[in-house]
Every structure is written in C-alpha cells, then in structure tokens.
Design a protein around this ligand. Structure first.
Ligand code: APR
Length: 231
C-alpha cells in the first residue's frame, strides 16, 4: 500500500469546535502564549499553566472528531495512512486513525517532572492537575505538552516518515511554527504534496504542491476522491 503521510494542524479540528491559535478569535488572542505555553511561563507560574490545560481538557470532552478526521481513518482501507499532528487533541485517535504521532504533546496526558519517561493518561473523570498533583511515586507532574522553548522529541521520527511518503498532505496549519513547518522540505523530490487550508500560507514554488483552498471537511473529501481515482 502507498504511504499516505498527513501533517495536520489546528485547522483540522476547527470544524469540531476546537479553536485554532492564530485565526481571528484564536487561542493566542485570548491567552498570552508565552505565559501559558512556554517553558519560562511554566517556571514562572505553573498554576496558571495547569489551569490553562485543565480548561482545554474540559473543552476537549465537549467536541467530536469531524468528517475530515473520519475520512482520514477511512483512507486506511486503501493507503498506509500515517498522521503527524501538531495538535494536542485526541480527535484523530477518537476518529479511529491507527498511526498518530504527536509533535507537540498530548492534552490528555501528564508526566512526572522527576522521571519524564513516566507518562500517565488522564481519565475523563479526573482531568484537572495542579502544582499539588503527585504521581504514584509522589513526584510532581506537568502537562505532557511540548512548550515553546522546548525540544520536539518526535521530530526526527516524523522526518523519517515524511522521507518515506508516497503522498504528503498538509491540512490546516499556518506553517509558522518550526520545526513542524519544515516537514514539507523533507519530502522526496517528485512526491505529490497537497495543502488543504481555506487561507493557505505561502508555499515554496519549487515543490510539486497542489493547494486545495478549502476547509478541512470539504478539502479532505475532495482529496480522497483524487487519491482513489489515482489508485
Ligand atoms: N479547515 C482547515 N483549515 C482551517 C480551518 C478549517 N475549517 N479553519 C482555519 N484553518 C487554518 C487556518 O487558515 C490556519 O492556516 O488552520 C490554520 C491554523 O493555524 P494556527 O492557528 O497557526 O495553528 P497551527 O498551524 O496548528 O499552529 C501550530 O503553534 O501555538 C502552536 O503548538 C501550537 O501546534 C500549534 C502550533
């Protein structure tokens, strides 16, 4: 089966009701990003950061995967679909996608601050964490999120996936945050690239990129037809 590698951003979850970051009314318009999503911010005021992610987890419980997530799952019938996402929501997993790699962490997970390899999945009945939360060993915990100013440990595995792609699709990202935005430069020459976004960012003209300037649900529907016709 051909390797269909997807790179998704906040835009794919927009139609589920999850706000993006940089659109009008986006998250960073309402919260100072460096205070709630950076390593400095967490050092300065960990309680504020815990609260910020508690609120985002609560919101996550009220939303569902949309048709774009579901079509990507359905494409697994005809392709080896591998999803690389900048999103920390679990909508790809809840849609049933079997291969999802998170570059920026996962909202429903926390980890020990003393032993970062100890990662815990939060239950829906116990979503909140604070500076007083302790893991089973009595150690303080933090959101399992890649803050700004921190490395992206999954970037190398993501590059390897992109380098093996037969088709590469970028969905719903403003392509302003690195290293995630650089993934499209690792696509083998000649590999078809599609970019689905109603307000697409500038893309390099020396790449074989087809821009589908539509919302994710419409664009992914159109893409699925294109890909299946090419089988
Ligand atoms: N369908 C598809 N794309 C959409 C839709 C939609 N319905 N609505 C908005 N978009 C697009 C916007 O046009 C924009 O290009 O989604 C993109 C959202 O861009 P950002 O808000 O910058 O989100 P993203 O690119 O995922 O941000 C990257 O920045 O703050 C960090 O860690 C955070 O992972 C995030 C990273």
């Amino acid at each position: 089966m051909k390797k269909l590698v997807i790179s998704s951003g906040a835009g794919i979850s927009a139609e589920s009701g999850v706000s993006t970051f940089r659109d009008a009314g986006g998250l960073w318009e309402n919260y100072p990003v460096m205070k709630v999503a950076s390593a400095d911010g967490f050092r300065e005021n960990p309680e504020l950061v815990h609260e910020f992610y508690n609120k985002r987890r609560e919101q996550l419980l009220t939303v569902q995967p949309n048709n774009a997530h579901l079509i990507l799952k359905d494409l697994e019938k005809d392709f080896d679909v591998q999803i690389i996402t900048q999103n920390v929501d679990n909508l790809h997993e809840r849609a049933g996608s079997s291969k999802v790699l998170h570059l920026h962490g996962e909202l429903m997970k926390i980890r020990s601050m003393k032993h970062p390899e100890r990662i815990y999945e939060l239950k829906e009945t116990n979503l909140h964490t604070s500076i007083d939360t302790r893991d089973e060993y009595g150690d303080p915990v933090r959101p399992h999120i890649v803050f700004f100013q921190e490395d992206v440990p999954n970037f190398q595995p993501a590059v390897e996936m992109v380098q093996e792609a037969d088709i590469f699709v970028v969905i719903g990202t403003s392509l302003v945050v690195y290293p995630a935005a650089s993934l499209l430069y690792y696509v083998r020459k000649g590999t078809p690239i599609y970019y689905i976004d109603p307000n697409p960012a500038q893309v390099p003209s020396d790449r074989n990129i087809t821009v589908i300037p539509k919302k994710a649900t419409e664009g992914v529907t159109e893409l699925a037809k294109i890909l299946r016709n090419s089988l």
